[in-house]
Design a protein around this ligand. Structure first.
Ligand code: ATP
Ligand code: MG
Length: 623
């Protein structure tokens, strides 16, 4: 809008120049001359753009010129016909002044031409397909770029105010677009962007702000801690309880998975998630060892879970896994709870012990200090996300897969606590937003396929951020990946260099009917005919071809909301926004250091426990 407004200025000057030249010939002719020029320019521009409304821009410019002359005449008390001779006539001026005027006219024409024909080469209007004019021909395709009007009901404009909801997408015509996810559209979001495409500054940071405005609790997967660095302090100032689960340093809080699990089934899920994410490919030949290692881990975890508070942590699981198989077996059978004894039975009946392999696979946990062994009661409790405004940052490494087992287990149980067994979900229940930047680095989250299908009903909205769409398929397989992306009511592309991703988005944008020029050149030199001409035909064309998506300008992104036309938006750079600068100015806030790791339990103490201390005593009343 502003561009077309400023575009009027040179056109206005152009009108003035035409008027001036005309008026210096004969003022009477000038009036009609300008009228003719006005109509001609209008028709020409109409023809060039095939858009009737384009007649208004030059017309407004020329009309502006006329108004200027009129006002100048009134102000100087000069009669209308004498304004130009007085101000600009050739006769009364010296050669140098005339030369100056000629130069100014030339400059005016150049500037006007530049404005008329330059601009954003990649400017794609709702009625264009990469410069081709869209026509109404549903038989060939109905795809259109969205306008504010066509997105009605699913979006709102502007940054959210206090209690304002929505997911920030980007900007259209200078206004922020917010996705409202009104039923039946799913509130989950899938964001795809290659490295440096603006996933963090263009999507995650604006949406941390949006979540805080809505008063939702937040879970942020934070690569390298850049998001905590940017928004932690501001969130604390907004009254958020900021918690940090940091896999890179010893600050924040720990999480004790063994305090979290509540049933034998969950012990199974925890063991499955840990091992699955520590193994590269669970092929047919490794399936047997996978099952064996899982049984061993379940046995040891069940045993350690039965130890008194302060000892029932993961470092003790690791300590026991390096014990000789027979000693461990004896301990579990003599002192362990029923579930542990049962799981151990399968390990014992196998020819080879899985302990060495298992211990090596999970060795990374030994190096995480108190991360999985917090002091009793001091670890992260997921229920706080519902109880009060909480922002939980999970700081993870990028490009280091060794911590995947821990991350995957953390998110598996986070989703489980949020979405299963939650009674009394009502309008008062606090919504939890998950902003999962670098989602592929979180590993394979157990049951994610099912969880994403039911999360909406539990007030849980997830935004999955990926580098390419194939990452999702690699993690969850073809069918589950389809289901997961199908459960996202909004899909955003911030730019990609991956052809497959470009192809999928191209297909999602659909096909349009466009007007195409077809040249006929048949310059027969024989007797009959000599032809040169052009036809206009209507053809079917992808709204954006994959190759065009690969070349998407850096400042543009594409969003597809279920049931609405696709949006071609301008990306946000949060650190450039006034509001973003204010948020970022607060820094990471205060994050306490974690306590030192506890001492590992002494095997001798365990073996010599009296019966009164037995782990069979069903400490948590769970088994
Ligand atoms: N809309 C934008 N306008 C201008 N610059 C931008 C925009 N979006 C991103 N940038 C620039 O690109 C850089 C990378 O952005 P960002 O960290 O958000 O990308 P990313 O997709 O998260 O990358 P990575 O995969 O490395 O995490 C930023 O430092 C920022 O300066
Ligand atoms: Mg990033």
């Amino acid at each position: 809008m502003w561009r077309s407004f400023w575009g009027l200025v040179p056109l206005f000057l152009l009108g003035l120049a035409v008027w001036w030249v005309g008026s210096s010939v004969l003022s009477f002719l000038t009036s009609y001359g300008c009228l003719i020029v006005l109509v001609l320019v209008g028709l020409l521009s109409c023809y060039a753009s095939r858009d009737i409304t384009s007649i208004f821009t030059p017309a407004t410019g020329l009309f502006g010129g006329w108004v200027f002359v009129k006002v100048a005449g009134l102000l100087t008390g000069t009669s209308y016909a004498n304004v130009f001779p007085l101000l600009l006539s050739f006769q009364s001026a010296s050669p140098i002044v005339i030369a100056g005027r000629v130069v100014s006219v030339v400059i005016t024409l150049l500037v006007a031409g530049w404005f008329a024909f330059s601009g954003d080469d990649n400017k794609l209007e709702a009625s264009d397909v990469d410069g081709l004019h869209l026509v109404n021909n549903p038989a060939l395709g109905t795809a259109r770029w969205a306008t504010w009007q066509s997105m009605k009901g699913q979006v709102a404009s502007g940054w959210p105010k206090e209690r304002g909801r929505g997911v920030i997408i980007g900007k259209l015509q200078g206004q922020v677009i917010r996705f409202l996810a009104n039923p039946p559209v799913s509130p989950h979001v899938l964001v795809v962007g290659g490295t440096g495409a603006g996933k963090s500054v263009g999507f995650v940071m604006p949406n941390i702000y949006a979540a805080a405005m809505a008063g939702d609790s937040l879970v942020v997967a934070d690569p390298k801690g850049e998001l905590l660095q940017a928004t932690g302090g501001w969130l604390q100032q907004q009254g958020y309880d900021v918690r940090v689960f940091d896999l890179l340093s010893n600050r924040g809080q720990g999480w004790n998975p063994l305090e979290t699990v509540q049933s034998e089934q969950e012990i199974d899920l925890l063991a499955d998630t840990l091992i699955r994410n520590a193994v590269k490919d669970i092929g047919r030949e490794t399936a047997y060892f996978f099952a064996l290692e899982k049984s061993a881990l379940m046995a040891v975890m069940s045993f350690v879970q039965g130890l008194p508070p302060g000892q029932n942590h993961f470092l003790n699981v690791m300590s026991l896994l390096i014990q000789p198989s027979d000693v461990l077996g004896q301990l579990i059978k003599n002192r362990g709870p029923k579930a542990a004894v049962e799981s151990w039975g399968q390990v014992e009946s196998a020819k080879t012990s899985p302990l060495v392999g298992l211990s090596a696979r999970l060795n990374i946990i030994r190096q995480t200090g108190s991360l999985l062994a917090p002091e009793p009661g001091a670890g992260i409790d997921f229920s706080m996300l519902r109880a009060r405004k909480t922002a939980l940052f999970c700081i993870l490494p990028v490009g280091d897969v060794s911590l995947k087992p821990i991350l995957a287990a953390f998110y598996t149980f986070l989703f489980r606590r949020l979405c299963y067994g939650q009674q009394n979900i009502n309008s008062e229940t606090r919504t939890v937003r998950l902003l999962l930047d670098e989602f592929a680095n979180l590993g394979h989250i157990g049951n994610f396929n099912e969880v994403i299908s039911i999360a909406r009903g539990y007030g849980v909205n997830a935004s999955i951020v990926l580098q390419t769409l194939s990452q999702l398929r690699d993690l969850y397989g073809e069918a589950e990946a389809r289901n997961i992306s199908g459960n996202c009511g909004l899909q955003i592309l911030l730019g990609t260099q991956d052809f497959e991703t470009a192809q999928i988005f191209s297909r999602a944008l659909g096909y349009a009917a466009v007007r195409m020029r077809q040249d006929r050149v048949n310059l027969t030199l024989g007797k009959r005919y000599l032809e040169r001409g052009a036809d206009e035909v209507t053809v079917r064309r992808a709204l954006m071809e994959p190759a065009e998506i690969l070349r998407l300008p850096a400042q543009k992104g594409i969003a597809v909301i279920d049931g609405k036309p696709p949006i071609l938006f301008r990306k946000i750079n949060f650190s450039d926004e006034q509001l973003g600068k204010e948020v970022l100015s607060h820094g990471p806030g205060i994050v306490p250091l974690r306590s030192d790791p506890p001492e590992s339990v002494n095997l001798f103490d365990l073996l010599t426990m009296t019966d009164g201390d037995s782990c069979n005593s069903d400490i948590d009343g769970l088994f």
